[in-house]
Every structure is written in C-alpha cells, then in structure tokens.
Design a protein around this ligand. Sequence first.
Ligand code: UD1
Ligand code: CA
Length: 446
Amino acid sequence: MSIDCVILAGGLSSRFPSPLSKVFYPFIDKPLIEHLLDHVTKLAFRKIIVVTGRKTHDYFEAYEKEGLICRVYQQEPAGTWDALITALPAIRSPECVVINGDMPLLDQCILKKIINSNANIALTSTIHPNPIGYGRLMRGTDKQLEAIIEEKHLTGDQYVTNEVNAGLYKFNVDFLKKIEISKNKNAQEWYLTSLWDKGSPYLAETQIIIEDDYRLLAGVNSWQDFEQAEVFYYQLQRESLVKQGVLLKNNQSIYIQGKVIGANHVTIEGPCVLKGPMTLAPGVSIKPFTTIADVDLKDSTTVGSFSYLNNIKTEQNVVLGPFLKAVEGTLIYSSSAIGSFVEIKRSIIGDNTKAKHFAYIADATLGASCNIGAFVVFCNYDGERKHRAFLGDNVFVGSSCQLISPVILNNNAYIGAGTTVTQDIPAGALITRRAPVRIIENWRGK
Ligand code: UD1
Ligand code: CA
C-alpha cells in the first residue's frame, strides 16, 4: 500500500542556542536532518513531505531540488498539530508516517515497525531512564493509555512516569482528516499530542509500539540533548562493531562515524577516530592514536599508532606505520610494509615492497619486492605539474635518494645511496652519483 512520510521541521528551535536550526546543526559528520533522511529515503515512501518554517525553509531547498523531499511551508510555528495539518493537502497516500525532524538516531527497523501497524493511529513510545523534556504516556491500572501529558503540564506523581512519546506516529489518512482537536489552553499551541488528552476518543484507536532502545529515539531540543545524542551515537556505533566480532580496547575513546564494516578478530585500540565508509577484514589491528577514514583494509593488515589514513586500500598482511600518512587513493598489495614517518599519496605499491622509514612517495607505481631506503623523496612536482614514477620489480633505492619524476626504474635497478635520479634506469643496472671524497689529514691539528 502506498504510504507518505511527513517530517516536522518547521519549529524555531527556541531551546537550541544557535542561530542555525537544530535540524541543520552539524551532528557528527553532517547536518542532523541528514541522519534521519538517510534512513527515511531508503524506505518505500511515495513522497517525503517536510514541514518547513522560517528557520529551515531555505535550507531544505537543495534537498527538494535533488528530488529527495518536497517542502510545505508553515507560516507560524503554532505547534506540532498545526505543522501536520499544514502538510495534509500534500498527503495523497491512504497512510502516512509522521516524524519529528529532530531525531538523528532513528533507524529503519523502528520505522518499519510503525509502517506495518494496521491501526488508525499508531505511536512509538519507550521507557526512558531520564524522561525529562518528553511527553509522558499515562496508563491506567489495566495498562490502557489514558493520556499523553507534555513535560511542562505534568503535576505531582505524573513526573515519575518514564514511558515517553518518541515523536513518531502513523495515521490512516482518511481518519486523520476527520480528527478535531483544540488548542492547548495553557501553552496556546496546537499540540499533536492533544489527540491523546484525557478522555479523548482517539485513545482507544491508538496502537502503541514500545521500543526497547530509548537511545534510538532521542529527540534534540537543547545543547544537553545534542551532547547526549552524540554520546548515544558513538555508543551505538561501537556496539554495532562489537556485534560484528570486533574487539574494542579502551572503547570509550573510540569514535566511529558513518558506516564501518568489521569482522571477526579485528582489534581496535582507542583513542582513535574511524570514519566510514570503511571495511576491516578479519585480523586487522588498529593501534591507538590513529585517524582513519574511507579505507578498505584486507586480512591481517596492521596500522601502527599515530597514523593517518584517508582513502587507501590494502591487500593481506600489510604493515602500516606507526607515524604514517597514507592518502588519496593509495593501494598497497600484500605483505608490504610502509613504515614510520612516511607520507604516501596517489601511489600503488606491489607485493612485499618495503618503505619503512622517513620517505615521501607520491604519484608512484612500485612493483613487487622493492626496497625504498630512508629519506627517499619522489620529486613528483615541477612547480607546475605533477609527474609519475614507475618502478619495476625488485628495485632497490638506497637511502637519501631523490627520484625526479617522470622517471622509470626498470626491474632489478639498483640506486646507490645519495643519488639524484634524473633519467630512466635500465633493468638490472646500478646507478650512483657521488662526488669523490677528499681527505685532508691533520686538518684540525694545524
Ligand atoms: C514533542 C512531543 C512530545 C514528545 C517529543 C519527542 C508535541 C506537542 N510534543 O515535544 O510529546 O515526547 O516531541 O521528542 O508534539 N515543529 C514544527 N512546527 C511547530 C512546532 C514544532 O514543525 O510549530 C517541529 C519541530 O521543528 C520539531 C518537531 O516538530 O522537529 C517536534 O517539535 P519540538 O518542539 O521539538 O517538540 P518537543 O517539545 O520535543
Ligand atoms: Ca523535540
């Protein structure tokens, strides 16, 4: 059956101390709303209607142009019910899901459960250890829903109720069109939750889906909520990796962003930052103080401490770092070692090749079993353009060499230490460039 989605994002974020609306505030790695949209856009909604307001309308334009959503403008932020009613003319499906726009951790599993509800009205609740700020579900002795009361209208015993309204609903649209509610008199706002005022006929029509993990339903109103949601985000990311068989040591200091796919026998030691997309094959080991983004590390690759990796791939048994910077599409084949204080970019490294100390390798293709000595510099830039170096198999580059690209060092070429290579080297040749040494005896004794 066709179903629409309405995201409420027309509020002024008045409890959020930033000129930017909370839904566009950067949360982890992107605007908060994009976390929600990532999930919502993957589901088969006919249309995603976003209720925008003064603070958000322009910001949503780009998403509308991309075809992800369509905007409906709420003139005044008169409350969540008013926001939903503003969207009503745009809803064309027989059913619609309604989501508060400030829920960055909501996932598809929770959305699917409410989509599958057959009741005229459904809402998601959860038991919250710290329910402050949320509307509370009041239940009678028979556990039937008796009312939803907003935090600021709670009195007496009602404060201890910790079942909260998540801000996620589903409606039969014909039913929704006939609903009449009145403005909350105390707040002078149209609350969506007035649907469930004490004695309301809609209480009995409502199916309640209770979610176990309250963290996934976190709503962001204040800085404190924002910080709390960040904490939950990282907890959930870590838990997901542990479920995939990854061992996390010093785990509170491991920050995982985006989609990270782990495997059995992967070990990650904090502190470190991992930014997806990322795939870590069995046996991968990541030591502390590393920042790693957008990598694909094959079996038993080890990453030493204080390394920075961004957009690289390795094959099996590669040893990286410590103190390595490897970036920009570098690909390292199996059993190679790129070690301490090496910077490597836009390069391809063949099997079993070693560059273990102090080197700059840029725009280079190296064959198998090469050895790059300490302080070797691939001089790839002539001030105007970048050039590549090609090294065949089993090439030996002694310490303190400069390879002036473009240059080709054929198989088995052997470059003596301290050589500046300015021309292609034939296979198997030795090249050295050294000024003769002068020895002046007793120089200091004179
Ligand atoms: C709301 C619920 C509360 C629930 C909580 C869950 C109501 C009255 N209360 O409270 O029961 O526990 O969410 O997090 O719904 N918005 C508009 N137009 C408006 C007002 C709000 O589009 O006129 C949007 C906001 O931008 C926001 C969403 O609706 O994304 C929810 O509004 P918010 O003010 O955050 O509601 P809460 O007070 O958190
Ligand atoms: Ca909220």
